[in-house]
Write a protein that binds this ligand. Structure first.
Ligand code: SAH
Ligand code: F3S
Length: 481
């Protein structure tokens, strides 16, 4: 998923439009992938019906929820540190209750209650509809745990409350869970089996967002290209579906098309694409609709065929190149970003060089790069020794980051001199006289405000750039307004 600042980890206090009849105060913080931020919007919606308004003041909270990430050890440590802070606040505000949501809740289950005395409630990603009951439990002084994973929960019937929203861009979740079983990854264990959300509820959410002034959506899933709706049920049970179900099934390219047609002016992005599941259909649909952005987050993890195999990534380096070549043939200006892991077990210098040479071939616009972090219970942790020394992992990671910086600067520079359509998201961080928006390729563009406003689609002439930002001036509204 396109994510995240600070090695995929970002904590934000979230603000809900407050409902006057609600009396209790909820403080909610999210860490990790975009799906967690999206899930927090579902949780806020469920709790708004239970009498909770959100607050950004930790000190005045009746209930503190932390939506956690388990993807790397560092992500878990960040959450543990936050719990220490909550502990200090609880000394002043002893009635405050603390709940842990998300992947760490699912991974550690009731062990969390033993390990962290501050925690009153542990709720896994598929159990948020049980929150009203769980809160009753903790109100009566008992600890509460629900970490049951589901085969069909997609929260398709919950209207998310948009938290911390810029009013222009929003996430729409389309699948939950993941069946891919990459050997390093904890997600299949914490988020369960892959299931797709009913396309009607997806389109209804997109229509509603448009009616409320939103101009860009990101369709979210661990592996969006594997989206498949045939009336409900797990992806892995599709074989057992009836002939009618099979004939009327909606796959990801169809869903993209339905979304693009439902709201032809809404910008559409999606994340994440797993190379093994991305079909030509999807690329062709992207090319067909102007409102589907020319940007694909396409994690590779490693450039070495031997390591890809050990990771259970079900494609080779050569197949990945073929996919990239097809993307560039069909959408020449398509931006591509990566996830790469440095120092997977048994990785040699030669494997590492393969990763660097793959990067040279693709020249990614953007990247999310990590040192391998062994996750308990994953196939890699069970079968492979974490044998690349920390210093070597760090050095390889730095080399990968340096190459990525060079390529990002090169790709950004390619836009200078062009006129590009930009959707204004808000004021630039550096200057209150400038707007910040993104072009189709997801690159940040800043330009003087003039008379334009947030939510406008503007044509911007790009005059200059830094390594990651385009600098320009508006030359008029684009015809997408
Ligand atoms: N399909 C998911 C992947 C989630 S994990 C998505 O939507 O993004 C995001 C990235 O974290 C992965 O692509 C991988 O590069 C990295 N990652 C996952 N497990 C890891 C581990 N054990 N150590 C280091 N990085 C990891
Ligand atoms: Fe993880 Fe691989 Fe799925 S990285 S989320 S198991 S596609």
């Amino acid at each position: 998923m396109e994510k995240t600042i600070d090695e995929n980890i970002q904590g934000t206090a979230l603000q809900l439009e407050n409902t006057s009849k609600n009396k209790r105060k909820l403080y909610i913080e999210s860490y990790g992938c975009q799906m967690n931020f999206s899930d927090s919007e579902i949780v806020a919606s469920i709790l708004a019906n239970e009498g909770f308004n959100t607050t950004q003041e930790l000190n005045e909270a009746d209930l503190v929820l932390v939506n956690t990430c388990s993807i790397r050890e560092k992500a878990e440590q960040t959450v543990r540190k936050r719990l220490e802070k909550f502990n200090a606040v609880k000394k002043v505000n002893p009635n405050m209750k603390v709940g842990v949501l998300g992947c760490m809740a699912e991974r550690l289950k009731s062990k969390f209650l033993e390990e962290e005395k501050i925690v009153d409630m542990v709720v896994g990603p598929d159990a948020y509809k049980d929150l009203p009951n769980l809160i009753q439990e903790i109100d009566q002084g008992r600890d509460a745990v629900n970490v049951i994973l589901s085969k069909d929960e997609t929260y398709g019937d919950v209207a998310p409350v948009r938290l911390n929203s810029n009013g222009v861009t929003a996430f729409v979740s389309i699948t939950r869970g993941c069946d891919n079983m990459c050997t390093f990854c904890v997600v299949p264990f914490t988020r369960g089996r892959e299931r797709s959300r009913n396309p009607h509820s997806i389109i209804a959410e997109v229509n509603d967002l448009w009616d409320r002034g939103f101009k860009e959506i990101t369709l979210l899933g661990q592996n969006v290209d594997s989206y498949l709706w045939y009336g409900g049920g797990l992806k892995k049970d599709f074989d057992k579906a009836s002939e009618i179900q099979k004939a009327t099934a909606v796959n990801f390219s169809k869903l993209l098309e339905l979304t693009a047609l439902a709201q032809p002016k809404m910008r559409i992005r999606f994340s994440t694409s797993n190379p093994q599941d991305m079909t030509l259909d999807v690329i062709e649909t992207m090319a067909k609709f102007h409102n589907i952005c020319n940007y694909i987050h396409l994690p590779i993890q490693s450039g070495s065929n031997r390591i890809l195999k050990a990771m259970n990534r079900l494609h080779t380096r050569e197949e990945y190149f073929e996919l990239i070549d097809n993307i560039k043939k069909i959408i020449p200006d398509c931006a591509i970003s990566q996830d790469i892991i440095a120092g997977f077990p048994t990785e040699t210098e030669e494997d590492h060089q393969d990763t660097l040479s793959l990067m040279e071939h693709v020249k990614y616009e953007y990247g999310f790069m990590f040192a391998y972090s062994e996750r308990p219970g994953t196939p890699a942790a069970k079968k492979l020794p974490d044998d690349v020394p920390e210093t070597v992992k760090k050095r390889r990671l730095q080399e990968i980051i340096a190459v990525q910086r060079k390529h990002a600067a090169y790709r950004t520079g390619q836009h200078v001199g062009k006129i590009e359509e930009v959707l204004i998201e808000g004021a630039s961080k550096k200057s209150k006289d400038e707007w910040m928006g993104r072009n189709s390729q997801n690159i940040v563009v800043v330009f003087p405000k003039e008379n334009y406003t947030v939510g406008d689609f503007v044509n911007v002439k790009v005059n200059d750039c830094t390594s990651g930002t385009l600098i320009g001036e508006a030359v008029g509204y684009s015809n997408n307004n």
